[in-house]
Design a protein around this ligand. Sequence first.
Ligand code: F3S
Length: 298
Amino acid sequence: MEIKVAKNAGFCFGVKRAIELVNKLSSEGKPVYTYGDIIHNESVVKELEEKGVRVVNDLDELKNLEKGTLVIRSHGIPKSDYDKLADLGAEFQDATCPFVKKIHKLAREYSEEPDNQIVIVGSRNHPEVIGIKGWCLTEPVIFETKEEAEAYNGNPLKKHVILAQTTFNLNKFQDIVEILEKKRYYSIVLNTICDATSKRQTETEKLAGEADAMIVVGGRHSSNTQKLYDICIKKCVDTYYIQTPEDLDIRKLRLFRCVGITAGASTPNNIIEEVRTRMAEMSFEEMLEESLKTTRHN
Ligand code: F3S
């Protein structure tokens, strides 16, 4: 069996930076809190918990906790949360990805102009989108799907400033932009999809077209991993979404000649490596079985 791992699979720069910051702070011995799970990956969150890092889901919880440092994760937060942190006098370190920060700045600046309508293309319940929305001075429109864009009936006199969630599917983003342009909305398109995301998605799509089966590794709640799965399943019906190497269905995978592996931005490299090793071991066992069969026949 041939095993191909996507080159850009796994931790992106922003996630790596956030995890490194949490690890550094926790090694200093003071209490460390993260605002929400630092990444959408259960095993990483559990590992950090074992080191004493605690997840805070509501900033008010800080009032009853020992003084420590709160880490803001790479997804970013709304402006109102920074205000609340200042009111609480809380100590914090900001691991918001610089690419997400740039979107906050754009959302703020463009929404200062009353003739502009901000449009965010992304998953409305995703923390990154909630954060971006929280930097707009006027109510943005959010599109998750092409259908929502089709049904949109906005003010034609407004300039539509279109931003994207950094991990949104590039093709879907382009489709939504096209729909708005066909509806004759004057629009300013700011493709804020992160380069790491577009590279990972393009590469995954190519790999899924070549492989007989695809394994997508990532947390259940990781929206960028879900998007990779959606891309793969369109090209390769035998696509499997797993969280850990233990989820691999070895019996099914044995049937394929070429298996591709890809992973979301919040999947640690050691998990990807473990999946690859298990697949390689399986392939080796198979070879051994085959050669034993041949020896017996001879
Ligand atoms: Fe940043 Fe891109 Fe990762 S926006 S958090 S480097 S996917």
